[in-house]
Design a protein around this ligand. Structure first.
Ligand code: GLC
Length: 707
């Protein structure tokens, strides 16, 4: 008998239920009463895992309680949201997605796992894989953007990065793919609202990233807080059991979201905790995070025959197996005290500068002239190191983070940089505008740092108006009215709808929340030390009426035609986004030519070799990223006008050129057919290659799939 079986045989029903209960560690640090409750729970075998606890000392103290004072001495599992870094904070995931680079995604997860592991954390609630097409939803910041192919690459890379080759190695974290699924489609972008998506869209858009995570061996998954078509994901047996466990063969642990089990009552599908616990457990949820509905409800559910002992045991087996895989039985203090790596700041800086997207650039205002002697750096985000960390910064510290002012001063020691906030991040108070503008009068150039505070995106941060918050608009107007060159650094967890600013500023850079090294990374780009390469992983709307917005639209019977009445368009606003998916300028200019595809006639088992020539027509060395899309022209189900299938990069000197190549397996052109089973249908497929999804900039060739 293995260790897990031996333990299962020795456990009382209460101890089994205890392993399924994850307690919130905030209770550990708030108030003596609650602290005592957690300790009692550990001693009594009523807690199997904890969230929001880290730090060598605290983890050791609590682990010792489990090992020395609980009957079976089963080690605790310590968990935390290590989303984009632990102590060293990397760019928020939406910003990291701008790199379109799985290798970088993997390296940042690896670095975060090493830091978190040293502080006793063994499992992270990441990667977040919610495809999101509605920037009103604040959690768009936490995921990889609008595209399922990108999200699937992100899933695999993050899983590899967090989990490494061997979970037992204390420098790894078990990863949790979340939030299964469709959370990004909350009605009208409103947090926690109901989701109504077609079965087809689930299979084409929302499920593939989770399938990719499962295929990469992700240790855990978390059902979303929402309901889909009236069935809360926490009780969605069809998706959790039938799709995930049976169809995909996922053997990992399912962890509910915070308080989600008892919230089944509020959802209107359970009358009490007994029913809620029974519903969640029988639907496949192993661990109840923080709601204690399993503790309260499973004993009565068992007595009433709503759950069986076998079902409880299966869940406990998965939890204990995870603890075993993590090596916790052999080393309950895994990771703690492992040789420290220095803070991975070089990686943080590299990834942060690659995440910056040059949205607009006129009149060669950038890079800043090395002769610049006086710059005005204004706005509430000019010297705001804490804000740089973004909405989910784990153990990140403001004092580690570099503000724009600090970064720019370090990069331009010979330049006088005059800085003022002018206005707050929020609120209407604009009385500081005049003084800030006064500082700009003698400057050669104005850098305006505006956008959202880190609290305006993330969980429970839906916004209906995606403009600049309040008084910041007044500051921006006043700066633009000066008649001096104005460079805008736009900070946000989502695309902001500011067409007036984008049109009038000389350059605008999307700076998201770039983490610990934000200010240095921004200075690298402003001074030309780094030539921008970031590309948008989302379509950027020009008007909120366009939302939800994404490039992979299905063709309409009456496609949009400007000025034509009976076409798929608006009377009053454009259909095209402000910036298409993939948009991102460089200080270089890249030209694409000579797209080649071979063979022209292919069969299902073939591979299509695609290549295109890229030339750097600009004045400086730079890196081009090129996107490959396909379109299935005629199929039994209308296919999207474009679907991303690959991205390639190349660095080129001025005047330099090279050929980028893709091998596209014909099998990857399959799609969910009329019955939602994958099919590959003969006929014409178009191959499109371009810098972005803007249809006017694409090169196109066709191949034919023969039966
Ligand atoms: C939440 C989130 C989830 C997170 C969990 C634990 O409310 O929805 O993403 O992992 O709590 O902090």
């Amino acid at each position: 008998m293995g260790r897990v079986d031996t333990l299962l045989a020795a456990m009382t029903p209460q101890e089994k239920i205890g392993q399924l209960n994850m307690a919130a560690g905030s209770a550990v640090v708030t108030g003596p009463g609650e602290r005592g409750a957690v300790e009692e729970g550990i001693r009594g075998g009523r807690i199997g895992s904890l969230l929001n606890v880290w730090g060598a000392e605290e983890v050791r103290r609590l682990q010792r309680l489990a090992l020395e004072d609980s009957r079976l001495a089963i080690p605790l599992l310590f968990t935390l949201d290590v989303i984009h870094g632990f102590r060293t904070i990397f760019p928020v995931p939406l910003a990291e997605a701008c790199l379109f680079d799985p290798d970088a995604w993997e390296r940042t997860a690896r670095a975060a796992a090493i830091e978190a592991g040293q502080q006793g954390v063994a499992l992270t609630f990441a990667p977040m894989l919610d495809v999101a097409r509605d920037p009103r939803w604040g959690r768009i910041v936490e995921g990889p953007g609008e595209d399922p192919w990108v999200a699937a690459q992100f899933a695999a890379a993050k899983t590899r990065g967090f989990q490494g080759n061997e979970l037992r190695d204390g420098a790894t974290l078990a990863a949790t793919a979340k939030h299964l699924c469709g959370y990004g489609a909350v009605t009208a972008g409103r947090e926690y609202a109901s989701v109504d998506v077609s079965e087809r869209t689930l299979h084409e858009v929302y499920l593939p990233p989770f399938a990719a995570a499962a295929a990469s061996g992700v240790a855990a998954m978390m059902p979303a807080l929402i309901d889909i078509d009236g069935v809360p994901m926490t009780a969605n047996a069809r998706l959790l059991n039938d799709w995930l466990r049976v169809r995909l063969g996922f053997e990992g642990v399912l962890i509910s979201d915070f308080n989600a089990v008892t919230e089944l009552i509020a959802h209107g599908v359970a009358a009490d905790d007994t029913e809620a616990a029974a519903l969640a457990l029988t639907s496949g949820v192993d661990i109840d995070m923080a709601s204690e509905a399993y503790l309260r409800g499973l004993p009565s559910a068992l007595a009433r025959g709503l759950v069986s002992e076998r079902q409880i045991e299966a869940a406990v087996r998965r939890v204990l197996t995870l603890k075993e895989r993590l090596g916790l039985f052999d080393d309950p203090y895994r990771g703690i005290g492992q040789q420290r790596q220095a803070m991975p700041r070089a990686l943080a800086r590299e990834v942060a500068r690659r995440a910056i997207v040059l949205l607009t650039h006129r009149a060669d205002v950038l890079p800043l002239s090395p002769d610049a002697r006086h710059i005005a750096l204004i706005g509430p985000l000019a010297d705001a190191s804490a804000e740089m960390l973004g909405p989910w910064a784990a153990a990140g510290r403001a004092e580690d983070a570099v503000s724009v002012l600090q970064g720019l001063k370090a990069a331009m020691p010979g330049c006088h940089i005059d800085s003022a906030a002018g206005v707050g991040l929020d609120g209407e108070d604009a009385h500081g505008v005049a003084a800030a503008i006064e500082r700009c009068r003698a400057a050669e150039l104005v850098i305006l740092c505006v956008g959202e505070s880190h609290r305006m995106s993330g969980e429970a941060a839906s916004r209906g108006d995606l403009g600049l918050p309040a008084a910041q608009g007044a500051l921006a107007e006043a700066a633009l009215a000066l008649g001096k060159p104005v460079v805008v650094l736009l900070f946000s967890g989502r695309p902001l709808i500011v067409p007036w600013l984008l049109e009038r500023a000389d350059a605008v850079l999307a700076c998201w929340f770039l983490g610990t090294e934000a200010g240095n990374a921004i200075a690298d780009v402003l001074t030309g030390g780094f030539n921008p390469t970031g590309k948008l992983p989302i379509s950027w709307p020009s008007h909120s009426g366009q939302i939800p917005i994404f490039y992979a639209q299905r063709p309409s019977g009456r496609p949009a035609k400007r000025g034509e009445r009976f076409s798929s368009s608006y009377l009053d606003i454009p259909v095209a986004p402000q910036f298409p998916f993939g948009h991102g300028l460089s200080y270089s200019r890249f030209a694409l030519e000579d797209l080649q595809c071979a063979p022209r006639r292919v069969r299902a088992e073939d591979t299509i070799e695609v290549s295109v020539r890229v030339r750097n027509d600009g004045p400086v060395r730079g890196e081009a990223s090129v996107l490959l899309f396909v379109r299935d022209v005629v199929a039994s189900v209308a296919r999207p006008v474009l679907e991303l299938k690959g991205v390639r990069r190349t660095a080129l000197a001025p005047g330099g050129h090279s050929r980028l190549r893709w091998s596209v397996p014909v099998a990857s052109l399959a799609f969910p057919g009329l019955d939602l089973e994958p099919v590959l249908e003969p006929g014409e497929f178009q191959i499109h290659v371009g810098h972005s999804a803007d249809p006017t900039g694409l090169l196109r060739e066709s191949i034919e799939l023969i039966p």
